[in-house]
Design a protein around this ligand. Structure first.
Ligand SMILES: NC(=O)c1ccc[n+]([C@@H]2O[C@H](COP(=O)([O-])OP(=O)(O)OC[C@H]3O[C@@H](n4cnc5c(N)ncnc54)[C@H](OP(=O)(O)O)[C@@H]3O)[C@@H](O)[C@H]2O)c1
Length: 267
């Protein structure tokens, strides 16, 4: 049994690398793709990968006319939610790689997924080192009551904070709320310098040339500090294996699950 995949954003930086990963795995078949500029072409011709026979469509609605088991969302924050809801309404399981969706968006997607009895696996970052960062940070948050997140990215990344930082803040909020010694509303001076409060955590986004993608969580206690940091390089390679795992596992879920560890046994 092959898993039939519809990949939105298949010609992009992350999506094209994932498409090539799908082509190498005979249990997966890319039956349709979404991207506006190459609509009407066969994806394999666009990417120079003859094993990719699916056609590129201009919208998710058109691509979903092709029967598929899993829809992968890898476009842009502005189009992501509508694409995901369209897939769920056609009773297709969804993997979300796109960043920028809010907790409120996920609540709406969760309600639709529950209604349609379909799974959604959302990973702000599919890289194994990020999955481990999340796990280690959750363990630290159980023992250390104060932390903040720093999100590093290239200067032209439009969404803030990154999906990685948002997801990390969301996960830590399930452990507990950090307790700053001086509450943010009592800070003296420009409050923005204390960052944005995301799911109860202060998050600071840096957007500068010279950075690719990184995330750091700093835990502080009197006279001691713990920093856990992930950095990725310039290729989209680190995200492929995690996304392939998500595609294979999402059919076993119902509703929204955030983070790859929902389907990865990390002990
Ligand atoms: N979860 C992870 O591990 C991970 C890893 C890397 C990136 N990301 C996230 O994934 C998203 C994509 O990143 P990227 O760097 O690959 O972007 P990108 O290179 O700009 O690619 C975007 C893709 O989506 C298509 N697209 C964009 N808007 C569309 C629309 N309205 N309708 C249909 N197709 C549309 C683009 O094709 P056309 O422009 O031709 O339509 C292109 O194929 C971002 O949110 C990024 O932060 C997540």
């Amino acid at each position: 049994m092959t898993i039939k995949v519809c990949l939105a954003g298949a010609t992009g930086w992350a999506g094209s690398e994932l498409a090539r990963g799908i082509a190498k795995n005979p249990d997966l078949e890319l039956v349709a793709a979404v991207a506006r500029r190459h609509a009407g072409k066969v994806l394999g011709d666009v990417l120079g990968e003859p094993r990719l026979g699916g056609r590129v469509h201009a919208s998710a609605a058109e691509a979903l006319a092709e029967r598929c088991d899993v829809f992968v969302e890898y476009t842009k924050p502005a189009s992501a939610k509508a694409n995901v809801l369209a897939a769920l309404e056609r009773k297709v399981h969804v993997v979300i790689g796109t960043s920028g969706l809010t907790d409120a968006d996920y609540a709406e997607i969760h309600a639709t997924a529950r209604r349609e009895q379909r799974g959604v696996l959302a990973c702000g970052n599919f890289a194994l080192t990020v999955v481990l960062l999340q796990k280690f940070a959750e363990t630290a948050a159980r023992l250390i009551p104060q932390w903040e997140i720093i999100d590093y990215a290239h200067d032209d990344k439009v969404d803030v904070p990154s999906g990685t930082a948002r997801e990390l803040a969301f996960r830590l909020s399930k452990v507990r709320s950090p307790q700053p010694t001086v509450p943010i509303e009592r800070a003296v001076g420009p409050r923005e310098t204390r960052g944005a409060t995301v799911a109860g955590t202060q998050v600071h986004s840096i957007r500068l040339p010279g950075y690719v993608i990184g995330a750091e969580v700093v835990f502080g206690m009197p006279d001691q500090r713990l920093t856990i940091r992930h950095d990725s390089g310039s290729s989209a390679r680190p995200y492929v294996d995690g996304a392939l795992l998500a595609i294979r596992k999402v059919a076993g879920l119902v509703g929204v699950h955030r983070g790859l560890d929902s389907v990865l046994d990390l002990g």
